[in-house]
Design a protein around this ligand. Structure first.
Ligand code: UDP
Ligand code: MG
Length: 316
């Protein structure tokens, strides 16, 4: 018989007072079932990360932790966003389990497949990715934007996994290595696949958010998209070289044309040929500066080497 696996389920929570109680209960029941089935050890736990909510989420977590010994929790010193809250959970709870499973507090991802993830881990996989089968539960806008984004990302980062969000199991060993990845610009969905190791995928259907609002408005989705691209590739920078070369090439052709027109004594249409390149080049330049700025901003954040999160309170 295989040794029983000690599992920690990591849940980032931000202003999730409507869902946190149900979520905790569901996950505790799940752990209980798995313990009875001998799939996980009895000391498996829930690791809640409060991303400095400003509603009663933290009070509810404290109350729940008093009632259930399997709950461990930390509260960050400030709201840092989903990715950082997740990193905080993964790094703070890593030493306490054989593997950690991360899942969003709204339980849109199917908790039932966690069991399958654990089995794949026991088969020797170090990372198990949850991949959703369909997006029927999302709004049309979210579905189209997410799919487009995943496709574009795949161009820049070949290892990206289509339709995978932050629902995954990671072994203690991989998390130990992950702790050496100190970058501030985080895009975990791209980072873990880039680490390699033996991995597996489990498929599931994603549900609608139970209650509460989504905390990923368009601005945050865009920022995540930019991080996803710029953290993993310098392809946009190479675009600049290509655009520059193309513009140069077109200019050479235009010069030849102008020379031929001059020799043949034809009048050159003056306004068009002066004003159009003027705007065209202006646009190209602004685009290029923008792309460079994107990377400069990232470098600026990296060189400061600030801690990515600070823990304010800790339960157990
Ligand atoms: N979240 C967080 N900090 C934030 C925003 C969100 O920790 O600043 C957590 C949130 O509690 C949830 C997860 O990130 O567990 C995903 O958020 P949400 O469900 O709102 O995003 P969506 O599923 O709509 O993309
Ligand atoms: Mg959600």
């Amino acid at each position: 018989m295989t040794r029983k696996t000690k599992v920690g389920i990591i849940v980032p929570c931000y202003n999730d007072q409507e869902v946190v109680e149900t979520t905790v209960k569901t996950l505790l029941e799940l752990l209980e079932t798995y313990t009875k089935e001998d799939l996980v050890s009895a000391d498996s736990f829930l690791g809640l990360v409060d991303d400095r909510s400003n509603d009663s989420t933290w009070d509810m977590i404290k109350e729940l932790a008093r009632m259930h010994s399997q709950i461990k929790a930390i509260r960050l010193s400030a709201n840092r966003g989903h990715q950082y809250a997740l990193v905080a959970g993964l790094l703070e709870f890593n030493s306490q389990a054989d593997c950690l499973v991360s899942i969003d507090a709204d339980l849109q991802d199917d908790v039932q497949v966690i069991g399958e993830m654990i089995k794949r881990f026991q088969d020797g996989n170090e990372i198990v990715y949850g991949v959703r089968k369909s997006r029927y539960s999302d709004s049309v806008f979210k579905r189209v934007s997410a799919l487009t984004f995943h496709r574009i990302l795949k161009v820049f980062n070949k290892e990206a996994i289509l339709n995978h969000s932050d629902f995954r199991l990671i072994s203690q060993r991989v998390l130990d290595e992950f702790s050496n990845y100190t970058e501030v610009n985080l895009y975990l969905r791209g980072l873990f696949p880039s680490m390699g190791f033996s991995t597996a995928i489990v498929y599931y259907d994603r549900k609608r958010r139970m209650t509460g609002k989504t905390k990923y408005p368009v601005t945050k989705m865009l920022s995540l998209a930019l991080d996803g691209i710029a953290s993993f590739s310098v392809v946009p920078l190479r675009f600049i070289t290509i655009i520059g070369f193309l513009v140069f090439f077109i200019c050479v052709l235009l010069m030849i044309y102008a020379l031929a027109a001059f020799i043949n004594n034809k009048t050159i249409p003056g306004w068009f040929s002066t004003v159009l390149p003027f705007y065209f080049l202006g646009g190209v330049q602004i685009l290029c500066i923008g792309i460079i700025g994107e990377y400069l901003g990232k470098i600026y954040k990296e060189v400061k080497r600030r801690p990515r999160y600070l823990v304010d309170e800790r339960l157990q």
